[in-house]
Design a protein around this ligand. Structure first.
Ligand SMILES: Cc1ncc(COP(=O)(O)O)c(C=O)c1O
Length: 393
């Protein structure tokens, strides 16, 4: 293996860069799981997560990845044979719906082209047609990391309200939280699923559910088998019950430090930073897309994610060869195309612990790799990103 000096630039859309502060917070021995200081620290995380989700409702912390968070959301509120409506956003709506099917749920999948946000009218149409209200939940991916399209959650909420349909609104905000606004209470979300390894700057390994009162009430009727995932079991008097067993101590040390960092910078400032950095990425991709083989996957400007940008590569050029060059020559890791975009797209992750020089370094490396791989592209992408950043005070 060739030795690469300097840091790896991690521009995959999860896992993302873990700040040194967060890494250091984990560099310590395990503690007694009933240590009062530890328990107080762990409990404080629940309260601060509520600030991130913007909710007064309950939040649950699982030792799991995003898939665990998905499963927790499903098994707590649904029963075998229940119908769920899943508007297609891309790879991740498909995988969540496949999980729902495997759990014995009936999936009503609203097909779409992976290049646009969820159409609230299509959702409303399906809900209106469901006259006996057999759809129990709408499952929507806020930002589909495969497509880099962000959907409008309040618009989907409005589709539910306008049709008077009582289905629960369940949102996967795994690749959106702390990169674009998210308002659990104000938007009327019933279950939000998030994970530690994206905008929240922690190692992979924690999943979160934020849960409305309506969803908690639904959980009382729901009969899908559950134990570890069960929200109710996590309300026991003993600290032990909050994690359904031994707390994931080091993950919680990391979470505490990352939450401190989020609160110090401020959520609004974090969203502004993500907007600024993603504007720079978009400026570069716009320039590269002129008269070449590259294009944005997300067609509409206002639907492009603040966390990741998926770039399509025309045949006969190979997106994986570009990623390989970027990694081996420049030590910059990019995301691969997923699902139907495998080999046809690469993704630049721009969420979490990032600043301008990191983004500019990554974009310059992509631009050099495009040249090295002989992939036709418009010139001046990195210059356009510099101009974008210089235009913003
Ligand atoms: C939007 C979205 N949902 C779900 C997942 C699945 O999360 P995990 O890989 O942590 O299980 C991912 C992972 O990238 C994701 O981006």
């Amino acid at each position: 293996m060739a030795i690469q000096s300097g840091r790896n630039f991690l521009h995959t859309p999860g896992p993302t860069n873990i700040p040194d502060r967060v890494l250091r917070a984990m560099m310590r021995p395990a503690v007694d799981l009933n240590d009062p200081e530890f328990m107080a620290m762990a409990l404080s995380c629940f309260g601060d997560l509520k600030k991130i989700f913007k909710t007064g409702s309950d939040v649950y912390i699982y030792s799991a990845n995003g898939h665990g968070g998905w499963e927790a959301a499903l098994v707590n509120v649904l029963s075998a044979g229940d119908r769920v409506l899943v508007p297609e956003t891309g790879h991740f709506s498909f995988n969540w719906s496949a999980m729902a099917s495997s759990l014995g749920l009936e999936v009503d999948y609203v097909e779409a082209d992976w290049r646009r946000a969820v159409d609230p009218n299509a959702v409303a149409e399906r809900l209106r047609a469901d006259t006996n209200q057999s759809i129990k939940a709408v499952l929507i991916v806020h930002t589909d990391t495969a497509t880099s399209v962000t959907s409008d959650i309040p618009a989907v909420r409005k589709a539910l309200d306008d049709t008077g349909h009582p289905a629960l609104l369940m949102v996967d905000t795994i690749a959106a939280l702390a990169t674009v606004p998210f308002e659990f209470d104000a938007w009327g979300v019933d279950v939000a699923v998030a994970a530690s390894q994206k905008g929240l700057m922690q190692p992979p390994g924690l999943a979160f559910n934020a849960v409305s009162k309506k969803a908690l009430a639904a959980a009382e009727q729901a009969t899908l088998p559950r134990n570890y995932w069960d929200w109710q079991r996590r309300h026991g008097r003993e600290f032990y019950s909050h994690f359904c067993g031994t707390a994931p101590e080091h993950q919680l040390f990391a979470l505490r430090e990352a939450l401190d960092m989020v609160l110090e910078e401020g959520l609004d400032a974090i969203l502004t930073r993500h907007q600024r950095l993603s504007n720079a990425v978009r400026a570069a991709v716009e320039a590269w897309s002129q008269n070449g083989a590259l294009s944005f996957n997300a067609i509409e400007l206002e639907q492009r994610a603040n966390s990741v940008t998926t770039i399509l590569v025309d045949e006969p050029y190979n997106a994986d060869a570009l990623r390989e060059t970027c990694s081996s020559r420049f030590n910059v890791s990019l995301g691969a195309g997923y699902g139907r975009l495998q080999g046809r797209a690469f993704r630049i992750g721009h969420m979490g612990y990032l600043n301008e020089p990191m983004i500019l370094g990554a974009l310059a490396s992509v631009e050099s790799s495009l040249a090295l791989c002989g992939i036709p592209h418009g010139s001046g992408g990195t210059d356009a990103a510099i101009a974008s950043l210089s235009a913003e005070k």
